[in-house]
Design a protein around this ligand. Structure first.
Ligand code: GBH
Length: 464
């Protein structure tokens, strides 16, 4: 089999997020987050599952880091749980919370792996939600203070900092679709949340720079959006969706302006009441890298979006409806596997935003059925094919001139897949939730071998 040829300098890793793997939800002074609340609300998460125990990574981190070391990755991306550091979202840090990340970072470094730290992967302290959460401006300031605490504590050992993971999800899946915590269906407040997330990012960048913490970036999930037909109407729907999914983040971060079609997309919902003079400067500070998460393309068609009662209109009611992708395999998430669109997306972003910083692919992977075979092993050929084909697409994007420096597989472990609970498995390593044992899948061994051959090509004097 011909393995994808990527530049020798490209770095490889794997990723997790605090709420999805840690468990130990009530331990060592951790406060509740919006995901604890959401999981306890009947009907929200499949089978009523939660991250209370998850992979018990909080206690088993050393075993997990050993798996990373054996895998041979350069980088490990994890997130810090804000409510472990500040149980009520403000004030003095909780020493036991900081101590966990000390242990984790020190163990990762001792394994010869570089930690990449995400400050926010969706677990807002519930106490801040009670005061308005991302809908209110003060939460951005609170996030800056939290960033400062973590940077002062870990800045001597962590060199790569990601402020936010997928603010699109926090703002719009959380406050408009309602499928993520806090689970509301709102209009203007969801747009305010988007703005305050950007401001929070800006506040954190300021603090990380002041602490000289290292390289700073943000992880976005730009979507590759395709019209169902070439009609004017479907293409206009894609342009509205491009603003909702991509431009809301990319334009202020990388062009210093808000998208120019907000009125067309949201009408009077986008009243700008949440914006102030100077915000764009705070948001658009230069970054050292851009994190991009990619899983699948989205195909859209135009649909009418007038509401009988306009007060019921949410920020995702923009007259664009997903249609299914014909002719592609679909993963257990129901997502089509279309590797070309990974390359197309990266090239498209590169052309649209000439000033983009270097890119790290901070997540890519697939959820598969993953039942162990009679031999007790998980022969996840579909995941291997997914990863191989997406790495080949990445090689094409790099050949076309896109500056990509790193790639992370989501995820090291099977874990708590948000509203879907535990039956969507993204791991290179299977987690048996009966006894929390870890079992590397075939994809784990494939990735390890791929990294070995990649590293050989990296060695001085090796044929390229
Ligand atoms: C990433 O989100 C996350 O960063 C990671 O935590 C997660 O485990 C991983 O991907 C796999 O899902 O149909 O409107 O309700 C990916 C983005 C966000 C895509 C939620 C699906 C459901 C949106 N995902 N979204 S909706």
């Amino acid at each position: 089999m011909n393995e994808p040829k990527l530049p020798p300098g490209l770095l490889f890793g794997t990723a997790t997020a605090a709420y999805q793997v840690e468990g130990a939800a009530g331990e060592d002074g951790r406060g509740p987050s919006i995901w604890d609340t959401y999981c306890r609300t009947p009907g929200r998460v499949a089978r009523g599952e939660s991250g209370d125990v998850a992979c018990d990574h909080y206690h088993r981190y050393a075993e997990d880091v050993a798996l990373l070391a054996e895998l041979g990755v350069d980088l490990y991306r994890f997130s810090v749980s804000w409510p472990r550091i500040q149980p009520s979202g403000r004030g003095r840090p909780n020493p036991a919370g900081l101590a966990f990340y000390d242990r984790l970072v020190d163990t990762v470094l001792a394994a010869g792996v570089e930690p990449v730290l995400t400050l926010y992967h969706w677990d807002l302290p519930q106490a801040l939600e009670d005061e308005g959460g991302w809908r209110v401006r003060d939460t951005a300031r609170r996030f800056g203070e939290y960033a400062r605490i973590v940077a002062e504590h870990l800045g001597d050992r962590v060199n790569h900092w990601i402020t936010l993971n997928e603010p699109f999800c926090s703002a719009f899946v959380g406050h408009a679709v309602g499928r993520h915590a806090p689970g509301t269906r709102e209009g203007t407040p969801a747009l305010a949340a988007a703005h305050h997330l950007l401001l929070a990012h800006g506040a954190a960048v300021g603090e990380l720079r002041a602490c000289d913490a290292g390289r700073v970036g943000i992880t976005l999930n730009p979507d590759h959006l395709l019209p169902a037909t070439e009609t004017e109407a479907d293409r206009a729907a894609v342009e509205r969706a491009r603003t909702l999914h991509n431009r809301t983040w990319f334009d202020p971060l990388f062009t210093g302006a808000y998208p120019d079609n907000e009125q067309e997309v949201w009408g009077e919902l986008a009243d700008g009441s949440y914006r102030r003079e100077g915000d764009l400067e705070a948001i658009g500070q230069p970054l050292d890298f851009l994190g991009v998460n990619f899983y699948r393309p989205i195909m859209l068609r135009d649909v009418p979006h007038e509401q009988a009662d306009p007060r019921l209109r949410t920020a995702v009611d923009i007259g664009a409806e997903q249609v299914s992708f014909q002719g592609a395999r679909h993963t257990t998430m129901g997502w089509p596997v279309v590797p070309e669109s990974f390359a197309d997306l990266l090239v498209d972003l590169d052309r649209r935003y000439p000033g983009l910083p270097p890119i790290l692919i901070t997540e890519n992977g697939s959820a598969e059925a993953d039942e162990p075979d009679e031999d007790g092993r998980v022969h996840d050929e579909d995941r291997i094919a997914y990863l191989r084909d997406h790495l080949s697409a990445l090689a094409r994007a790099i050949d076309a001139g896109v500056d990509v420096r790193g790639y992370f597989v989501w995820s090291l472990l099977d874990n708590f897949e948000w509203a879907y609970g535990y039956d969507r498995r993204f791991g290179l390593v299977r987690v048996d939730y009966e006894n929390l044992e870890r079992h590397p899948k075939d994809s784990y061994h494939w990735y390890r071998d791929y990294l070995t051959s990649h590293r050989l090509r990296r060695a001085p004097g090796a044929p390229s």
